[in-house]
Design a protein around this ligand. Structure first.
Ligand code: SF4
Length: 259
């Protein structure tokens, strides 16, 4: 029986759904030990999110132009994650274009009082869980919006967003976390948005009560397996391409050799 009762986040649950062994290696901390490059897409995402978050914080005190956004991106982008200088230049150019388009779309101005990189924690039927929002913003009469940035090439479909664990857990936890009468209440209703940075689309990920119930049930089922299963089998698939545990994964030992 796995008696690890540390809080679980959507990434743990999604990893376990994809491949129980991926979750297992990540939970043991083995994935961090692997000298595996972070990769250009992940470096791009990290730098985009950081640039947007820092600019939103600065903007709350006074105007922050697109130059500030681009400068922060350039400083935050980790070029060592790229395979070579061609790739680095391509990803830097992509990042600048994405931010210029996003800025022109007016989304930074639309968000009012903001907090960035907010972790909301609570429990589901007594099981400790948490979820992270890239930005939490007051949007006047529309209440509070929980923003997640998405930088992958493929924009998530409406059905994927309806079932998305991250925004689902966020919505469930936010209503309790910022409830009236608490330490620092925020105005409801709480809605979730995914900002697809490459397409410039603002996608709604707010779920109905029925959809939230499905997210809760799915999360609890997964938590139970994580807590009580003693075996975490591998599940090979196309997702292995992006798995940072691949060098130490038993399912790929023939290819990589013993770790
Ligand atoms: S490489 Fe594939 S099979 Fe191995 S842990 Fe990662 S996702 Fe699972």
């Amino acid at each position: 029986m796995n008696r690890d009762l540390r809080p679980l986040g959507p990434r743990h649950l999604a990893d376990h759904e994809l491949c129980p062994h991926k979750y297992y290696l990540s939970a043991l901390g083995r994935a961090r030990e692997v000298a595996h490059p972070v990769g250009a897409p992940r470096a791009l995402h990290g730098a985009l999110v950081r640039a947007l978050q820092e600019t939103l914080v600065v903007q709350a005190k006074g105007p922050a132009g697109v130059e500030r956004l681009l400068e922060t991106f350039e400083a935050a982008f980790d070029g060592t994650a790229c395979a070579d200088t061609w790739e680095e230049e391509r990803y830097r150019r992509d990042g600048r274009l994405i931010l210029e388009q996003y800025y022109a779309g007016g989304q930074l101005e639309r968000l009012g009082r903001v907090e960035v990189a907010v972790v909301v924690s609570g429990d589901l039927d007594g099981q400790p869980v948490y979820a992270r929002a890239d930005v939490v913003a007051d949007v006047g009469d529309a209440g509070t919006v929980l923003v997640t940035y998405h930088s992958a090439r493929r924009t998530p479909s409406p059905s994927e967003l309806q079932e998305d664990l991250r925004t689902g857990l966020l919505q469930v936890l936010a209503a309790r976390h910022w409830a009236p009468g608490g330490g620092s209440p925020r105005p409801g209703p709480f809605s979730c948005e995914v900002h697809a940075l490459r397409s410039g689309q603002v996608l709604t990920a707010t779920k109905s009560e029925e959809q939230l119930e499905a997210v809760r049930a799915r999360a609890l089922d997964r938590i139970e397996r994580i807590r009580y299963d003693s075996v975490f089998p591998t599940a090979r698939g196309s997702h292995c391409r992006w798995c940072r545990s691949k060098p130490i994964c038993p399912a790929w030992q023939e290819r990589w050799g013993p770790f």
